[in-house]
Design a protein around this ligand. Sequence first.
Ligand SMILES: [Cu+2]
Length: 109
Amino acid sequence: MTMNNKETVMKKITHTLAIAGIAAMLSVTSAIAQGAAISGEVKKIDESAGKITLKHGPAKSLGMDEPMTMVYRVKDPAMLTKVKVGDKVQFEAEEAASGYTVTKLQKSK
Ligand SMILES: [Cu+2]
């Protein structure tokens, strides 16, 4: 198997997992209220895994009382193409069965 084939397979698997994750998330969290926007900074982006590392302040809506740096999944991998490491961002996240998931992400102005 060539490198390209492996990458294609990985992308397909990631895509399938993302869809499964979104479906699970919708059923699990549909009754849970959305949190308010949280200010943070992008520390790392892993597009192939659909993950982003964000440094952020206290986020009461997520039960995080202390500032921290942590890895989030993203609801849509395309969100990761709109920000880069070092960007200040505003985001919203929710706790899903698969982990904390960013549902909205935008650059701070
Ligand atoms: Cu956190």
